[in-house]
Design a protein around this ligand. Sequence first.
Ligand SMILES: Cc1cc2nc3c(=O)[nH]c(=O)nc-3n(C[C@H](O)[C@H](O)[C@H](O)COP(=O)(O)OP(=O)(O)OC[C@H]3O[C@@H](n4cnc5c(N)ncnc54)[C@H](O)[C@@H]3O)c2cc1C
Length: 485
Amino acid sequence: MSRNVIVIGGVALGPKAASRLKRLDPTANVTMIDENINISFGGCGIPYYVSGEINSLDALRSTTYGTVRTPEYFEHKGVHTLNQTRVTAIDRASKTVTAKNLVTGEEKALPYDRLIIATGSTPKVPPVEGRDLKNVGGANNLEDADALRKACASGSVQNAVVIGAGFIGMEIAVALADMWDIKTSVVEFMPQAMPGVMSASLSDMVRHDLEEHNVDVYTGEKVQRLEGENGVVARVVTDKRTLDADLVIFATGFAPNTALARAAGLDLEERTGAILVNEYMQTSDPDIYAGGDCVAIPNLITGKPFVLALGSLANRQGRVIGTNAASDDGKAAAFHGAVGTWCVKIFKMSACGTGLTIERAKAFGFDAISASLEQLDRAHFYPEKHMMTLELVVERNPTRARHSGRVRRRRRPQGPHRRRGDHAPVRQAHHRRSRQCRNRLCPALRLRNGRRKRRGQRGRQHPLRPAQAHFFQGIRRTLEGSRQQ
Ligand SMILES: Cc1cc2nc3c(=O)[nH]c(=O)nc-3n(C[C@H](O)[C@H](O)[C@H](O)COP(=O)(O)OP(=O)(O)OC[C@H]3O[C@@H](n4cnc5c(N)ncnc54)[C@H](O)[C@@H]3O)c2cc1C
């Protein structure tokens, strides 16, 4: 008999999982439900639509060949698609979801054999006075993107304030200042821009790039209220200054959207409220999968669950979920976790990272040290080349990690992942890591060491290309200096 699969959420993970499942099991009855009109779009393109680099909103929801991904497009693939429909409850006992059509108000109970939760995340907006004023919003979906672009194109915006200096705050600030020449300020509560993902010194370079292009960055400042005139925002008041603003954008982060999962009694991670899943992306109910922004995944360096709201990961997880939902035992593919890799374009600069910053590494109990280096991004004789600044974070005494037994014990994760035998992705990731790597803070080294081991070249130190070897000489010098102290 054909399987009934319901997918809640139709932006990144939902469509990926539904399409993959339908491809592997054409007999499955797949229904994808989303509360919005627009589905299956690339949120990553929103800043480029706002800036004008991308001309049409449809480009963000098109395939590589230009077909717009509408509900009809998915129907054609055999995925029954209900947009403007909200799932209001999951009944695990009767294996049904309640879906409410937001246009007609009609409610239906839909049965499932397997359920996929892809409800994503919701923007976190601090409860400051004035946030309901006109021209105050976010950059979270296609509707926001359209409203922002229209406001900029109308010529009525002279001063914009972006609240939050994370990835999205940075990209939106660049979009407003670069294309529309709007005087833009970024206000960040933490002491640096891009907090938590890069060191203070790299963050200073990003700040410099922004300030050189007419974007002011105010860090360590708390927004106290927004003031308006005739219902329209006019000023942002922080604890240190007042900024003129005819447009305010909150880019203050996201929280996993897990109200449905919580009400259905699924296990959630305590700290973030994200849904806990095993390596097959099954929740604590094996017939319910979850992935994307609403779940916690294992961090392959710390071994602890974390939330990483990235479309790239949602897509990878969607593929795993689609494969599993199509298989008989529901466990045909696995997703083991991530190290946290990101990249953001500023003006002249791009900033990228992977793994932990020195501060985070220390906070997680690693005896970590960092080294930085300036070097060309291409060979010195190549005509087009730029300087790049690299910063590497390593464990002070990497040889310790060879003793994987001891390491495993010390780093074995605590919490719900550990308690349930079925939910052991963190532990398994850790086993893999210990086999392969000598330095747990360095994914690049881990890869190389893994290869070296397979080739049986034990005993050789870093088998690196000359440019990398040059870089690691700097690191080695720093490490040696630190050991002598
Ligand atoms: C401006 C911006 C820039 C970004 N840039 C990047 C980037 O460069 N690289 C990158 O990797 N990622 C980027 N992201 C993040 C990326 O867009 C998200 O990580 C990704 O969309 C998450 O996919 P998801 O399917 O988990 O959830 P979402 O995309 O949040 O989709 C969830 C959907 O489910 C719907 N839903 C929720 N509850 C219900 C319910 N009860 N019933 C029906 N429908 C429901 C929601 O309305 C939503 O439409 C960016 C995001 C933004 C906003």
